[in-house]
Structures are given as C-alpha cells and as structure tokens.
Design a protein around this ligand. Structure first.
Ligand SMILES: *[C@@H]1O[C@H](CO)[C@@H](O)[C@H](O)[C@H]1NC(C)=O
Length: 354
C-alpha cells in the first residue's frame, strides 16, 4: 500500500480544491436527483388516496362493461389465456396500417413469453380500416400470428377510448387468470423483465393503477384540437391525475373496476384521461412510476432501455429491434449506479441538441 504523501506547503490550497470539488459533486448530485425527478410526484402519488377519499372518491361501480359476442371481427388465437394465465397481458393499441410497428414489437419485447419468471402474452387491438383491401391483409396477419383483436368500430384517433375498452373488456371476459394488464402504444419499448419484477414485489391494495402520472391537465376547449373535450362532456377545469396513455398498468381488479365505471361516465375521446376518470370514480388512485418514460423521448441507449426504464415512448420500428438485440448486460457498474439520473440527463441533452 502506498504511504500517504507528505503534506507540503500547498496543503491549504489543496483542501480548498477538495472543498470546491465536493461542492461541485454535491451540485451535480442534486441536479441529477432533480433530473431523476419523481420525488415530489412520488410523494403526491402516495397522498392521493387521502385526497380522493376527501373528495368523496369511491362510488359503487357496476359490473364490468363487457363487449358483445359480435363486437369483434378478429380475435387472438385461443391458447393465450387458456387453460390458464398469463400472469401479465400486454394490450397494444395499434392501427390497421401499423404493420411495421407490430412486426417490430413481435420481433422484440412482444415476442417474449416469459420475463422475470412470469408468463406473458401480447395482443394488438385495432378497429376497422378505411379501405376494404386492408381488411384482407389484416386477416392474413391474424392467421399468421394469432395476436390481433379487431373490434367493430372505425379505427380513428377519436375512437381510441373504444379501443382501450375493447381490449380491457376482451381481457376481462377471456383471460380470467391474468394478474396485471399493461396498455401500451405500438411505438413503445417495454422492459418487461424490469416491469414484471416491480409488479411482482408490489405491495398495497389489489386494485393497482400505475404509470407516469399527468397532474392537472386542462381539457382543450378548442374544437380544432384533436384533444378537444367540449364542456358539455366534461365541465371540470382539470382532469384528475391519470397515467400517461403511452404505457400504464392495471391490476385485474382495477381493470374490472374501470370497466364498471366506464358504463356510468360519458365517453371522453382521450383514452388515458378517461381511464383516470373511471379509476377516480372507482376510488382507485394512480401510483407514479418514475421509470416509465411517459411522453418524454430517450435517445437509444441499451442501458436505459434494457435495465433502467420500464417503458420508452416514440421508438421507431428499427430502433425497437436494435434495442432488443443489444447485449444482455448493457449497463456498466457506473451506469447502473447513476441509473435513472443518467438516462434523464441523456434525454435532456438530446432534447437540447434538437
Ligand atoms: C367511431 O366508430 C364508430 C363506429 O364504427 C363510427 O360510427 C364513428 O364514426 C367513429 N368515430 C370517429 C370519430 O371516427
């Protein structure tokens, strides 16, 4: 072991430098903690049940809104949920034309049948295409992969809420053993091992609703906006806290409660805000998951995608497959230690560069 260097005259200067360094590290650390965010959100999210209770939250919800027998044109092949399972079912909101996105999901995380020792399955939900030729292609795709759920409504942005209700309703009726449902968009990279591990350790009430929470979003009153919500449909000034629709989790009891509440509320065109409203009606508070990216964009970094984050939004098909094929142990010890703070810093720098 090397002996400690003798202390020359420069010592005071060196200790000043040390102090400066310490100060810099502290500043960097607090910046990183700030970037990692979630702190105050986590706190708010934990106090939400109390707030909801104070607002007269829980109301009796009816039986789940289940789709009629003839509601679907295409259904996934039986075997996904029979004779039992899966533990986690991923419901991907897709669209008739999104063939490349579905293929990328199948070739990456959506092709996995197990993660963290749990069984999983991925199903794509869509409506009816505008052009009849597209229907024949969808039927071929359904025969080949057996993972399409096509509901009998026109596939459009304004009908997204119907898509979510169709997916949740189908799952409630056909997959009674499922423990958790994840609703995701078809341009989302899901880190299913990390998510399954987190859900497996989840403590708390059986009705769980988790994701990146949006706080106090005001409905758009501009009729030209694609997010327009007329006051006649929803008069309140803000939506209750809800999980970003890019990817969120509902436990099976929470999904049933949401479907029950959906019967009693006017259908809003924003599927995530609507699910949040249904959850509030059922007395279920959303829980914030800082590891879900929500609408934030993260540059393709295997460490962030495969180990740190649970979901990343706005991932192109080629990037989806590239991230999936990235090495098994993508984080170095340092990257692992910095964790979410490093990924947030990367996202922040990438946004600055744009
Ligand atoms: C939603 O689907 C219904 C049923 O197919 C259709 O009548 C309606 O036009 C669709 N809404 C929009 C806004 O596309």
């Amino acid at each position: 072991m090397a002996a400690a260097p003798p202390c020359p005259k420069r010592c005071p200067r060196r200790s000043a430098r040390l102090l400066g360094g310490l100060f810099c590290s502290l500043a960097a650390l607090s910046t990183l903690t700030f970037l990692a965010g979630g702190g105050h959100e986590e706190l708010l999210s934990r106090s939400l049940p109390l707030l909801l209770a104070a607002g007269g939250g829980q109301q009796p919800v009816g039986a789940p809104l289940l789709p009629a027998d003839d509601a679907f044109l295409l259904v996934p092949r039986p075997g996904a949920c029979a004779p039992s399972g899966p533990w986690l079912l991923v419901l991907v909101a897709s669209a008739p034309g999104h063939v490349a996105q579905r293929q990328a999901v199948r070739r990456s995380w959506g092709g996995a049948r197990r993660a963290a020792g749990r069984s999983l399955w991925t199903v794509f939900g869509l409506g009816m295409p505008g052009e009849p030729e597209q229907q024949a292609a969808l039927e071929r795709e359904a025969r080949e992969h057996g993972d399409l759920l096509q509901a009998r409504f026109v596939d459009s942005y304004a009908n997204l809420t119907l898509k979510t209700l169709a997916l949740l309703g189908w799952a409630a009726a056909r997959c009674p053993d499922v423990r958790f449902l994840v609703k995701a968009d078809d341009d989302v990279f899901l880190n299913l091992p990390a998510l399954a591990r987190h859900l497996g350790q989840l403590a708390g009430p059986p009705a769980a609703y988790l994701g990146r929470i949006h706080w106090r979003v005001h409905p758009s009153r501009d009729p030209r906006s694609r997010h327009h919500v007329p006051a006649s449909l929803y008069p309140e000034r803000a939506f209750p806290p809800y999980c970003s629709g890019t990817a969120y989790v509902l436990s099976a009891p929470a999904a049933a409660a949401v479907l029950g509440a959906a019967r009693q509320l006017p259908l809003l065109p924003l599927e995530d805000a609507f699910v949040g409203l249904c959850a509030r009606r059922a007395g279920i508070a959303p829980r914030h998951l800082a590891h879900m990216a929500g609408a934030a964009r993260f540059p393709p970094d295997a460490c962030c995608y495969r180990e740190v984050l649970f979901s990343v939004h706005s991932v192109a098909p080629a990037q989806m497959v590239a991230m999936w094929e990235a090495a098994e142990q993508p984080c170095s010890a340092w990257q692992r230690a910095l964790g979410l703070a490093r990924c947030k810093a990367l996202a922040w720098l990438a946004a600055l560069a744009l």
